[in-house]
Design a protein around this ligand. Structure first.
Ligand SMILES: [Zn+2]
Length: 498
């Protein structure tokens, strides 16, 4: 059976990965909290990114810029003027929608005959999602197969009788532009304070620090600056769990190159970033690179593509890779009055570097890794849900259980073993259920290794190590346990990379 997003949401809540924010107060829309296991999973994803982007390379520096920045930054970046969503309100039920997410669709027959319109259909902006929603809708209306569809947003067809509220059918207001930045006030007094924004992206903190990093680290082109951090967008969101949230985390790299070397570097980063997801076990069948059409490109961009994952709700973006040319540095030079240039010594000239930007979402990567890891199996003794996380991403690496939890010697041994393993990696002791159930619980959170202390262990000083994916068991001397587990995890890492 196909995986549904509801299955993932329910597992996340049940097993402490993700909770609705402020749940005891009825929740707050489009905000989520990462629970004990989710917090670790998220940190592991960020660590894996940082390792690949900073630690394993000698051409990239890290940065941790502040969330609040000088308001002029957002004038330079274009966010004050252009970072808007077209919104419509329902005059009847007062719900607010994105005008570019409500579709009215004309149906055209094989000989060009007019089959009328269907709508309003609320769907994301991804072509696949729109197509799927249309198909469902016009099947419902009994329209024959094979009709051509011409989807337009309500902003494009304000006059249609189908330009109505998708929830209640009420009349919609005209589409208006709303800026998506969260605004707050600096200083204690609202009236005299300076208006500032919570950053809508981490990238501008990098551009603003270009010269600081270049100078302090004595860098030569090409080089990059990488940053992980929170961003905020005041969006009207549809239900998509942690895929789109008001507060989210980004992993962004700005890679500065000589003009002329930019397209080669763009191609390089496309591949590099696509392969990163595969390295951490993402099924290539559910992963694709989608190049943007010319019409989708920002006016300054020379190329842009998305790494997309096939979520239960359709193909959606995990990461965008863009060739942003010299637009950002030039804008900041213009608005700050500072020279943001690179001195090209061999040619004795100043150049404004071009920049390649791979920009990934932590939360949506996490959701993709959850979907990717999920598997249900039918075993002889019943079903098992197993999260096949890459060992680097798995929140716990090993769990230790006593075969009999009423035997104090086994309990004591088990606790001591877990404590010893923790010197090497995250490991837990658990005796809160019968052994079969304990294994299932660890499978469900993706713990690679399960270790059982049994009565025989007291005599032969060995324990049983069970492998999550193969369920193969090994008998291992306790004194070599940490070493054995480390080797096993390494082996597993290699298998994932292959
Ligand atoms: Zn309504």
């Amino acid at each position: 059976m196909a995986l549904t997003i509801e299955t993932i949401i329910s597992l996340c809540k049940r097993r402490g990965f993700i909770f609705q924010s402020s749940e005891i107060y009825g929740g707050l829309a489009s905000t989520y909290d990462y629970g004990p296991l989710g917090a670790v999973l998220k940190r592991n994803i960020k660590d894996a990114w940082w390792r690949a982007m900073v630690d394993e390379r000698d051409d990239i520096e890290g940065l941790d810029a502040s969330i609040l920045m000088h308001p002029r930054v957002w004038e330079a970046s274009g966010h004050v003027e252009n970072f808007n969503d077209p919104l419509v309100d329902c005059k009847a039920c007062r719900k607010r929608f994105r005008a570019d997410r409500i579709w009215v669709v004309s149906l055209i027959g094989p000989d060009g005959e007019d089959w009328g319109e269907v709508g309003p259909i609320e769907a994301g902006s991804a072509p696949d999602a729109v197509e799927a929603a249309i198909h469902k809708e016009y099947k419902k209306k009994g329209a024959p197969e094979g009709l051509q569809t011409n989807p337009r947003t309500v902003a494009e067809v304000p006059q249609s009788k189908h330009t109505r509220c998708p929830e209640c059918g009420g009349e919609l207001t005209e589409s208006r532009e709303f800026n998506m930045m969260f605004r707050t006030t600096l200083g204690a007094v609202e009236e005299t304070g300076l208006s500032v924004y919570l950053r809508p992206e981490t990238a501008q903190g990098i551009f603003a620090n270009f010269d600081n990093v270049l100078t302090s680290m004595r860098r030569k082109l090409p080089f990059g600056i990488a940053q992980i951090g929170k961003s905020f967008r005041n969006e009207v969101t549809t239900k998509s769990f942690i895929f789109r949230t008001l507060e989210f985390e980004q992993m962004e790299l700005e890679y500065f190159v000589m003009p002329g070397e930019d397209m080669d570097m763009y191609d390089y980063w496309r591949n590099q970033r696509f392969n990163w997801y595969k390295r951490y076990g993402m099924n290539p069948d559910n992963l694709r690179l989608r190049d943007h059409e010319r019409s989708e490109l920002a006016h300054y961009a020379k190329g842009c593509c998305d790494v997309e994952y096939k979520f239960p709700f359709g193909w959606s973006e995990l990461e965008g890779i863009a060739n942003r040319t010299d637009f950002d540095l030039k804008q900041h030079a213009k608005f700050s009055g500072k020279r943001l240039e690179y001195y090209d010594q061999p040619n004795d000239r100043h150049v404004v570097p071009y920049v390649i930007e791979p920009s990934a979402g932590v939360d949506r990567s996490l959701l993709a890794f959850l979907c990717n890891a999920y598997e249900e199996e039918q075993l002889e003794n019943g079903p098992r849900v197993v999260m096949r996380f890459h060992p680097d991403l798995a929140p716990l690496k090993a769990a230790v259980f006593p075969l009999l939890r009423n035997r104090p010697e086994l309990v004591e041994k088990g606790k001591a073993l877990a404590a010893d393993l923790r010197k090497s990696f995250p490991a837990r002791y658990d005796d809160t259920a019968a052994i079969g159930k304990l294994y299932r619980r660890q499978d469900e959170i993706g713990t690679p290794l399960g270790i059982t202390v049994d009565v025989e262990s007291l005599e032969d000083q060995c324990v049983t190590v069970r492998h999550r994916d193969t369920m193969v068991q090994d008998r291992v001397p306790m004194e070599r346990l940490a070493e054995f587990c480390t080797d096993k995890l390494n082996l597993m890492r290699q298998e994932f990379t292959r």
